[in-house]
Design a protein around this ligand. Sequence first.
Ligand SMILES: NC(=O)c1ccc[n+]([C@@H]2O[C@H](COP(=O)([O-])OP(=O)(O)OC[C@H]3O[C@@H](n4cnc5c(N)ncnc54)[C@H](OP(=O)(O)O)[C@@H]3O)[C@@H](O)[C@H]2O)c1
Length: 244
Amino acid sequence: MRSAKQRVALVSGANRGIGLAIAEQLARKGLKVIIGARNERSGLEAQKRLVTRGLDVYFTLLDVADTASIMAAVGRVSDTFGRLDILVNNAGIMIDHKTTILDLPLDLLQSTLATNALGPLLLSQGFVPLMCKHQYGRIVNISSSLGSLSDIVDPASDYTRLRSPAYRLSKTFLNGITALLARELREQNILVNAVCPGWVRTNLGGPEAPVLPEQVTKTPVWLATLPDDGPTGGFFREQQPIPW
Ligand SMILES: NC(=O)c1ccc[n+]([C@@H]2O[C@H](COP(=O)([O-])OP(=O)(O)OC[C@H]3O[C@@H](n4cnc5c(N)ncnc54)[C@H](OP(=O)(O)O)[C@@H]3O)[C@@H](O)[C@H]2O)c1
C-alpha cells in the first residue's frame, strides 16, 4: 500500500463552503486533492487559491445531479491518477425551506434526492472498484442531523421548527446509503461513514449560523483519514457517534 502522502481525495462541491474547507485541510495533510465542482470557473478559482497556498490541488468538472457528468469524472480521475483513496460526498442543496411534508411537490423532492443522495450513491458505485484495486478506501458522506429519524421525532430537538422535508429525507436516504455501503465493503478496507458538520455559516446554512466552515473540518477529515481499524457504518458529529 502507498503512503498517505500519495493518496488521492475527491471532494464534491468543493468550490466553496464546507467542501472547500475540507479540501484545504486534506491537502494540508499532504494528500492530492481534487476539487469537484459543477461550475468550471468557480472550481478553477478555488483550485488556484489553494495551489497558491502551496497545496497539491486539482480540479475536475462534476455535477452530482448528472449521471453522465459523474461517469465522465470517474473516468478522468481513473485515467489521470489511477486511484481514488478518499471520496467526500459534500455537494448538497436545500431548496425547500417553505414546504411541509403535506405539500411537498414531487419534483422538488426528486431534484433534492438527485443531488444529495443519488449523486453520492453513483459516485460511490463509480469509485469503489478503483478503491478495491488498491485495497483502501474512505467514503465520507456529509449528512445532517436534520436527516436523523431520532431527531425528527424528538419534540425537544433544536431543529424542531425547521421543516425542509425534501432536504431531511435526502439526508435520511444518504444515511441509509452510508450504512448499506459500509456493510458491503467492510471486508475491503473501505470505511464508509456519515457526518453532521453542525450548523455552519455558508450559502446553505445562512448568515445566522454560529460557526464558519473552517471550524467544522475536524470530523470529516478524521473520517477521511481513518486508520484501517477505524469505525465504519457510523454517523458522527464532533467525532462522537450520533443516532440515525
Ligand atoms: N451549512 C450547514 O449548516 C450544513 C449543516 C449540515 C449539513 N450540511 C451539508 O454540508 C454540505 C455542504 O454544504 P455547505 O453548507 O457548504 O453549502 P454551500 O456553501 O451552499 O455549498 C454547497 C456546495 O454544493 C455544490 N453543489 C450543489 N449542487 C451541486 C451539484 N449538482 N453538483 C456539484 N456540486 C453541487 C455547490 O456548488 P455551486 O457553487 O455550483 O452551487 C457548492 O459548492 C451539504 O451536503 C450540506 O447539506 C451543511
